[in-house]
Design a protein around this ligand. Structure first.
Ligand SMILES: C[S@@+](CC[C@H](N)C(=O)[O-])C[C@H]1O[C@@H](n2cnc3c(N)ncnc32)[C@H](O)[C@@H]1O
Ligand code: SF4
Length: 412
């Protein structure tokens, strides 16, 4: 595997010291549970009372605003799931209206909704657009019907292609997800499938290697030897092909699994990776809250079970199961975990400003020497392509080497 010495730089989406303020809305329901998925997603054949859920989302947003104050300007809103394309457009509109009552929303805010091709209808998509959604992210997963069946998906390739066309016609921006490194997938087969995906000409793609998540049906099959994922070397070859093909069409990776034409990166995900503050509402959502102007973050997470979350919000005004101020050391660890995922790297000056510490120069020099980190440029620390394959290990090395540093003493 080659060592990349020049990494694409992210465009300046505002001051990199201010990643913006985001709102994440988790919709917990899916038409069917995919056997590989451990997202907080639930099937309710009897349906759900959407008006009741809407009232609960509003109340939980109010609770977040009480904690953060109203001085934030919202730069991105993300409806994730689960399958948010099962929500009524009127529900999405009402949630967006409520966010706008609590905080100001930037005129160019990115408002994304995740959609499953099995629940895409042109009329519904027009409804989302009228509500204010300007970007959709489609879970296509594969362009092979047999593979979709094995992944337990509810849709066919033809339906996915129709969804892509509807998304293209309806929204300014769209992205879709594929899962690769599937059982038995050869490099040649992935090359063909990825080339076909790139031919759709989307400006953003999320390309995830299949992960065997504990306690999923895939984990049981994997344990019993009935589902065999590629060995690390084969997976690394598939990863290399992914970089080669996407770079060739001007869609380089800006994060481990995310590719975009420069300027078309997901602002919401960048906000996470640049350690911005965000509200997280809905069952099983995580948030990182900060009062406007305050640096320190506090972590929130909410009850995962939809009905239990609903009952908690109705009685207490929120469904938080955890609400904790993060220490400087915890924030430093999180910044390392997040910031090294992106090719533009971690802003060491921002890290010093927020946490009063940075990784030791000795450790950085050693990891640069090992070909896992790039020499810092303008105070940004980035992993090489090889380093991104062993990121957890690098993060541990850096996290155990932290030394005190004031922002003003950072060389930029
Ligand atoms: C919340 S889902 C996207 C929207 C919708 N729920 C869907 O599946 O169509 C987020 C994405 O995570 C990816 N994903 C989920 N579980 C995964 C796993 N075990 N391995 C790799 N990718 C996974 C899939 O590509 C999926 O599209
Ligand atoms: S539709 Fe998406 S969120 Fe729902 S189970 Fe499948 S992958 Fe998970």
């Amino acid at each position: 595997m080659s060592n990349v010495s020049t990494m694409p730089c992210l465009p300046a989406a505002g001051d990199h010291r201010d990643p913006g303020f985001g709102v994440y809305v988790h919709w917990p329901f899916c038409a069917q549970k995919c056997p590989y998925c451990d997202f907080n997603s639930h099937v309710r054949h009897a349906g759900w009372d959407e008006a009741r859920y809407l009232a609960a989302y509003r109340r939980e947003l109010d609770s977040v605003a009480e904690r953060t104050g109203r001085a934030h300007a919202v730069s991105s809103i993300f409806f994730g799931g689960g399958t948010p394309s099962l929500m009524q457009p009127a529900t999405v509109a009402a949630i967006l209206d409520h966010v706008a009552q609590l905080w100001s929303i930037d005129t160019d805010a990115e408002i994304t909704l995740e959609a499953n091709p099995g629940s895409v209808e042109a009329e519904r998509f027009r409804g989302y657009r009228a509500a204010g959604v300007n970007r959709v992210s489609l879970g296509v997963q594969s362009l092979d019907d047999e593979q979709l069946r094995r992944l337990g998906r509810v849709h066919t390739v033809a339906e996915a292609m129709t969804a892509i066309e509807v998304a293209r016609r309806t929204f300014d921006r769209f992205s879709f997800d594929l899962i690769y490194a599937r059982p038995g997938q050869s490099v040649a087969a992935w090359r063909r499938e990825l080339a076909a995906a790139l031919a759709f000409g989307s400006d953003h793609l999320s390309l995830y290697q299949l992960t065997i998540e504990p306690d999923t049906p895939f984990a049981a099959l994997h344990r019993s030897g009935k589902l065999v994922t590629p060995e690390p070397e084969a997976a690394s070859d598939l990863y290399d092909v992914t970089q080669e093909l996407t770079e060739a069409v001007g869609l380089p990776a800006y994060e481990i699994s995310n590719h975009a034409r420069p300027g078309q990166e997901s602002r919401h995900n960048l906000l996470y990776w640049r350690y911005g503050a965000y509200a997280g509402v809905g069952p099983g959502a995580h948030g990182r809250l900060a009062s406007a102007g305050a640096a320190s973050r506090s972590a929130t997470s909410t009850i995962r079970n939809p009905e239990a979350w609903l009952a908690a919000v109705e009685s207490a005004g929120h469904g938080f199961s955890e609400e904790a101020a993060l220490s400087h050391a915890e924030q430093a660890d999180e910044m390392l975990l997040m910031g090294l995922r992106i090719t533009a790297g971690l802003d060491l000056g921002a890290m010093a400003a927020l946490t009063g510490r940075v990784p030791s120069q000795t450790t950085i020099t050693r990891l640069v020497g090992d070909g896992l980190l790039l020499p810092p440029v303008e105070g940004r620390l980035a992993a090489t392509r090889r380093g991104r394959l062993v990121l957890d290990w690098i993060v541990t090395e850096l996290a155990t080497s932290l030394v005190p540093r004031m922002a003003s003493t950072m060389a930029r």
